[in-house]
Design a protein around this ligand. Structure first.
Ligand code: NAP
Length: 286
């Protein structure tokens, strides 16, 4: 019988990160600073509203504040940029999260770019992406950072390994590819034009699924013993890999739910706390 794979428990990783943040939040509060994440939601997409609520609840659980800005779906790009500008100028706000996706008529890239680099705790600006790609940025994109945290928590070796990332979105596939490359993996980034995906996956020591298609990565495509990280989250709590079939082949695998998702939220909290700590240091030295 094949050896059961190690299930990479994102809930465990997330709870340890959140636990360690509680004392940091308390220390900041003693200095009169309460870390605050502002979330901006445009429109009435129910999933987006749920994600924003989850993030607000997660802040409250560790003693942080969150400020929820809910704008109507008719909001123009200019109006959204004004709201982001106000949050940039508000010294009681340490991090800004613009919930993706925004309604189609809004220039989402322009809105992301309007977030000041100091408050880009979700790692969505091109400056943040560029800095992190070069290996010195402060706040990486949260889901890629979550994937790297799981890798580190479980001591997955990256050096010289072939990592195949399926997906190249600005918030997920591209940044995680750069992070893996910076950690000396040999990285192949795949997308909808990739012609020989199963052949590439057959040589992957590490698989990152970031496709947005339920059960997309087939068990027969992956190599025996691969480490499989599923960032996907689709309707019905289903990831981007065919979990049961991939489980049979993997040496380690993230479940959905309970894998990358919970760690993503804890990364957002961690980066907001870091931003508040930076403010505290600036105040102390002024
Ligand atoms: P996205 O922007 O839609 O990007 C999907 C990527 O998959 C694109 O690069 C696309 O290629 C590629 N793709 C589509 N079909 C493909 C195919 N047949 N073969 C190979 N590549 C293909 O999605 P995303 O925002 O990166 O999200 C990806 C998944 O992660 C979704 O399930 C989403 O719900 C989940 N997610 C989870 C979290 C979390 O916290 N766990 C956070 C964010 C997203 P092209 O570039 O050529 O179109």
């Amino acid at each position: 019988m094949a050896v059961e794979p190690l299930v990479l428990d994102g809930k465990l990783v997330a709870s340890e990160i959140k636990e360690s943040l509680k004392s940091r939040v308390a220390a900041l509060k003693e200095k009169g600073i309460t870390p605050c994440l502002a979330t901006v939601l445009v429109g009435d997409d129910p999933s987006s509203a749920t994600y924003v609520k989850m993030k607000g609840n997660a802040c409250a659980k560790i003693g942080m504040e969150s400020r929820r800005i809910h704008l109507p779906k008719e909001t123009t790009t200019e109006e959204l940029l004004d709201v982001i500008g106000e949050l940039n100028d508000d010294s009681s706000v340490h991090g800004i999260l613009l919930q993706h996706p925004v309604p189609h008529h809004i220039d989402e890239r322009a809105a992301f770019e309007a977030i000041s680099i100091e408050k880009d705790v979700d790692g969505v600006t091109s400056l943040g992406f560029g800095q992190n790609s070069l290996g010195f940025g402060e706040y990486p994109s949260c889901t890629p950072a979550a994937i790297m945290s799981i890798i580190d928590y479980y001591g997955v070796s990256l050096e010289g390994k072939h990592a195949v990332v399926v997906g190249r979105s600005p918030i997920l596939g591209k940044p995680v590819s750069m992070m893996l490359l910076n950690r000396n993996a040999t990285v192949t980034t795949c997308h909808s034009y990739t012609e020989n995906l199963p052949d590439l996956l057959a040589t992957a020591d590490i698989v990152v699924a970031a496709v947005g298609k339920p059960n997309f990565i087939q068990g027969e495509w992956v190599k025996e013993g691969a480490v499989i990280l599923d960032a996907g989250y689709n309707k019905g709590n289903v990831g981007d890999i065919d979990y049961d079939a991939c489980y049979e082949k993997a040496s380690a695998i993230t479940p959905v739910p309970g894998g990358v998702g919970p760690v993503t939220i804890s990364m957002l909290l961690k980066q907001t706390v870091e931003s508040a700590e930076k403010d505290a240091r600036i105040l102390q030295n002024s």
